[in-house]
Design a binder for this molecule. Structure first.
Ligand code: DX5
Ligand code: ZN
Length: 217
């Protein structure tokens, strides 16, 4: 089943709560919360406090994408804020397997994200442990960028790794997901699509959710 995660980075920040509820109404499966520290990525967004507030206002499961250096410092904060999925970047910690296990012991599903230039090989020794793999289809830091074409092949190879593992691991893609790109991503094996500008910029967000889910062009 193809699931959709709405990236709140593209929402109207003055109406964050209403925007979250609207996304819930139009049928997204998750709210994608992009946490940026201004160090790992050249942008600053929001942290656990904002995520707690969204969690209190809206019952959508929260898919939290940590783009921060040394994420181990914050795992407990995000568990408390109500995250269902917590994803850390492989580039951000030398103790990736430990971070994955800590996330799970805090009651969340654990994701590992890779930047476009980071090899899939970095996942190899955590395949027994991860619940989700996030392939960045743009360089993280900003919404509204164009998908990098080479990442589609990377998604295909990640799907093969998941099949070889014999485990149920979600394959999430993030960046430049739109009507034109979702078909290729789904065909390559992605089953959880993050959409920011495509969803918040749509005239009819429910229709866009259906289009993205169906992978129609
Ligand atoms: C980028 C973020 C993405 C971003 C996606 O660093 O991780 O989640 O919000 O935005 P769009 O869908 O507009 O490319
Ligand atoms: Zn993201």
């Amino acid at each position: 089943m193809i699931e959709i995660s709405a990236s709140m980075l593209a929402s109207n920040y003055l109406a964050f709560g209403e925007e979250a509820l609207k996304m819930r109404r139009v049928g997204v499966d998750y709210l994608h919360m992009d946490v940026m520290d201004g160090k790992f990525v050249p942008n600053i967004s929001f942290g656990a406090g904002v995520i707690s507030a969204v969690h209190a206002a809206c019952d959508a499961p929260l898919d939290v994408h940590l783009m921060v250096d040394d994420p181990a410092r914050y795992l407990a904060d995000f568990a408390e804020s109500g995250a269902s999925i917590l994803t850390v970047h492989a580039e951000c910690t030398p103790h990736l397997q430990r971070a994955v296990k800590q996330i799970q012991s805090l009651g969340m599903r654990a994701g590992v994200a890779l930047n476009p230039a980071t090899p899939l090989e970095n996942l190899r020794w955590v395949m027994d442990d991860v619940d989700l793999i996030l392939i960045m289809t743009v360089n993280p830091g900003f919404g509204g960028q164009k998908l990098i074409p080479a990442t589609v092949e990377k998604v295909r190879q990640a799907r093969r790794m998941i099949e070889a593992s014999g485990r149920e691991i979600r394959l999430e893609v993030d960046g430049g997901v739109a009507e034109k790109t979702c078909g290729d991503l789904i065909a390559a094996g992605a089953d959880l699509l993050v959409a920011g500008s495509a969803l918040f910029g749509a005239q009819d967000a429910s229709r866009m959710v259906a289009l993205l889910r169906g992978g129609e062009r």
